[in-house]
Ligand binder design. Structure first.
Ligand code: MN
Ligand code: MN
Length: 355
């Protein structure tokens, strides 16, 4: 065990390599890791801990809250609200920024998180996780307002996730690559086990909820058709499909053995673009994917460049192997039914096409 690198030791070793890594950031990451350890324990005890099942409440997105969604949210808030590292926190489970108790100091970072991702997997004993994103507070020391969080993903100083699978792992980046740590449950300590995770440029495994096919835009349909056409088709190779219905679990698989993930825009609910949330799902995942050498996109724009308009904004999301994401982007770029061009060329656009 002596030659193993703990999370704390790793963070200290990175401080010299990156100007944004400070002692305060390290403390914040260690506090997030503590919340993840506490959530891991609850998840591991399953039905014995009385944490399965749904609440009668719904969250800000109208989704039924699972008991563990709320427990995990409280753990994140409790661990991080007193230490003076954060000026504010936002969560999938809260409408607006968390009201931190007045007696605690405000710090210089912002924390956005999805406390429990894939929570519908809990009752069937499949992997779930937590996702977090750390930004600099524009007004350090003062209570953060919702607008303070509306920064593009490229501004993140740290992003990561915990996966509560057969083993609990914490995977993060402070801008110096992506590194995975495995929890030793006996010691309650994360040890570096997966340094420098990288996503190979090519892949033959894609993940998408194919039941939504009829709602997809043409470029996504075309991409999946090309994959399904296999070796004799335009891509010249056979693909496998995967679908776990947990963003963290899909990301973890792609960081471990490659592949591509799509949750595209669909016409099922015209009120929302895509399903995944920008601030605490797509942005941190995109940060990790780029740090691992992969590519992350809306299909039309680099995800890390998207400037959020609101806290719980949804986005279409494609990430993973750069060659696959580039192919999806190319199909969007030459698609004439593209939503970007609707404003100019669509049926109600400025330039109505006759073709
Ligand atoms: Mn989620
Ligand atoms: Mn969640």
């Amino acid at each position: 065990m002596n030659d193993r690198t703990t999370l704390a030791r790793f963070l200290i070793s990175q401080s010299g390599r990156h100007p944004t890594a400070t002692g305060e950031l390290n403390s914040l990451v260690l506090d997030v890791a503590l919340a993840c350890k506490a959530i891991s324990r609850r998840v591991a005890h399953g039905a014995l801990a009385g944490v399965l099942g749904a609440e009668s409440s719904t969250n800000t997105h109208g989704e039924t809250q699972q008991t563990l969604d709320l427990i995990a949210n409280d753990l994140f808030l409790q661990v991080n609200e007193w230490a003076g590292r954060v000026a504010g926190m936002v969560s999938e489970e809260l409408d607006g920024p968390h009201h931190m108790p007045v007696e605690h100091p405000r710090g210089k970072y912002l924390l956005a998180f999805d406390p429990l991702d894939g929570s519908s997997n809990i009752d069937v004993n499949l992997s779930v996780g937590s996702i977090f994103s750390i930004l600099r507070a524009p007004r350090p020391g003062l209570d953060a307002a919702a607008e303070d969080f509306l920064q593009p993903g490229s501004e993140q100083v740290c992003a990561g996730y915990a996966i509560y699978g057969p083993a609990t792992m914490l995977v993060l980046s402070v801008g110096t690559g992506v590194h995975g740590f495995t929890l030793d449950p006996g010691l309650g300590e994360f040890f570096l086990t997966h340094p420098d995770l990288t996503i190979p440029a090519s892949a033959a495994e894609f993940a998408i909820n194919a039941s939504n096919r009829r709602f997809w835009e043409p470029p996504v349909r075309r991409y999946v058709d090309e994959c399904l056409a296999g070796e004799p088709g335009p891509r010249g190779k056979d693909y496998n499909m995967r679908w776990i219905a947990s963003l963290v679990a899909e990301l973890h698989r792609i960081l471990t053995r490659g592949g591509v993930f799509l949750y595209p825009n669909d016409s099922k609910d015209p009120e929302r673009a895509g399903r995944l949330r920008l601030l605490y799902e797509a942005a941190p995942v995109a940060f990790l994917v780029e740090q691992a050498g992969g590519r992350a996109s809306t299909g039309r724009h680099r995800m890390l460049d998207v400037v959020p308009q609101e806290l719980h904004q949804r986005v279409p999301f494609v990430f993973g192997a750069s060659e696959e994401v580039e192919r999806v982007e190319a199909l969007h770029a030459d698609d004439r039914s593209d939503v970007d061009s609707h404003a100019l060329f669509g049926a109600r656009g400025l330039f109505r096409t006759t073709a």
